[in-house]
Design a protein around this ligand. Sequence first.
Ligand SMILES: [Zn+2]
Length: 181
Amino acid sequence: MDIFSHGLWTAAAYKTIELRQKKHFKIWWAVFFSLAPDLFSFGILFTTRLITLRLFQPEFIDDKGLHPELVPQYVHILYNWTHSFVIFGAVFGLVWLFLKRSFWELGAWGFHIASDIFTHTDAFFPTPFLWPFFDYRASIISWANPNFLIPNYILLVSIYCIFFFIIKKRKDVVKLNHESR
Ligand SMILES: [Zn+2]
């Protein structure tokens, strides 16, 4: 998915669990981990291009389409590391052992990988979710395809409107209780 959708879906998912289960999460940490797989792969490439003022002419996009073979090799390597359930599972387990408790916000990294599996195609960076053990990658629909992108954002806007009303309603109830005392 695009990086904004990753952040927005993650915040929505963690907020929903908070509202339903009365748990408390550090949602900004979850959002950070939902962006991290792309920040630490393509983010590095875009930052270097920004510094060298070449952000708007990437050679891997032209009028014929996308050319993943023209993306620098280090991005492919970082993409494997950041988009693998194997690496995510190992890190999640190690953090759990180290902290002696689960760090659920880190789960947003796994959520990122899961959502990328369904929103990439063979044309550009299908998700290497079983790397380094298996090279199987799904090819379903690109997140940039309007058939996905438009319903995706309609859903996100609807979900955030619902949150807005739920939170406003809760605040009104608290205010009413306070005033009636
Ligand atoms: Zn990604």
